[in-house]
Design a protein around this ligand. Structure first.
Ligand code: CAA
Length: 241
């Protein structure tokens, strides 16, 4: 029986490409999403990937969602923590709510999800955790103190947990995408995107979601068993960590 992979935020943007790539690689995939029922339904109809709705910032909801997937599909052996949000604002204008929403989803979401599949992975002596961080967690980004802090936290989470998982054949890795052509990036004001961001990308274009999905497929594979605690950057040459 093929392995079960769970992708958070797996029905749109980079997450949708990851769900499809893992399905095409032969995994049984479940895609979580938080809010957009219409997009999730369309994604399910187009791909056949089952979709499950809950908010990764809610620990109890993560437990219920994972339990449902494990009873309907099977134990989660590959977890891709992809769900993420932006609440961009200059720091002097950032509200406590904008800070907490981003930290709760983009950082605490990793705890909420991973904590609830971890014991099963330890018991089965196999697991793959792939955390989608960001170039902006590595280099910082004006207008994103909340997001950069959360995404940098994801890298610390990855490196610490990798050490705990290694003896149990569980790898924990991070991918740092640069600017990828998704709704999240296209929400950046056009002038900022065209005049400030794209000129900083040496390959001269935004990345494609599938370019990140291929990184995930590799890190999720049995072939990647010697790679753990690593950060894979895919940013068109914009930043070298
Ligand atoms: N790089 C360089 N300069 C930037 C910038 C950026 N990313 N974002 C804003 N600036 C500049 C603006 O051009 C502007 O400069 P000028 O006054 O010289 O024109 C100045 O900073 C102030 O910007 P705004 O006038 O836009 O100020 P605002 O208060 O209206 O909005 C903002 C501030 C919400 C931060 C808005 O500028 C913005 O959304 N910027 C983009 C931030 C960004 O890069 N977010 C990444 C989202 S994609 C993502 O997060 C995915 C990922 O992992 C990569």
């Amino acid at each position: 029986m093929s392995r079960v992979a769970l992708v958070t935020g797996g029905t749109r943007g980079i997450g949708a490409a990851i769900s499809v790539a893992l399905k095409n690689a032969g995994y049984r995939v479940a895609a979580n999403y938080a809010g957009n029922d219409e997009k999730a339904r369309a994604f399910h109809e187009a791909t056949g990937v089952p979709v499950f709705k809950w908010d990764v910032s809610d620990y109890a909801a993560c437990g219920e969602g994972i339990a449902r997937i494990e009873s309907e599909i099977g134990p989660v052996e590959i977890l891709v923590n992809n769900a993420g949000i932006t609440r961009d604002a200059m720091f002097h204008k950032m509200t406590p709510q904008q800070w907490h929403e981003v930290i709760n989803t983009n950082l605490t979401g990793l705890f909420n999800m991973t904590h609830q599949v971890w014991t099963g992975m330890r018991d089965r002596s196999f697991g793959r955790i792939v955390n989608i961080s960001s170039i902006n967690g590595q280099k910082g980004q004006m207008g994103q103190v909340n997001y950069s802090a959360a995404k940098a936290g994801d890298l610390g989470f990855t490196k610490a947990l990798a050490q705990e998982g290694a003896a149990k054949n569980i790898t924990v890795n991070a991918i740092c995408p640069g600017y990828i052509g998704t709704e999240m990036v296209l929400a950046v004001p056009e002038k900022v995107l065209n005049e400030r961001i794209i000129p900083q990308i040496p390959v001269g274009r935004l990345g494609e979601p599938e370019e990140i999905a291929r990184c995930v497929t590799f890190l999720a594979s049995d072939d990647a068993g010697f790679i753990t605690g690593s950060t894979l950057t895919a940013n068109g040459g914009q930043f070298f960590a």
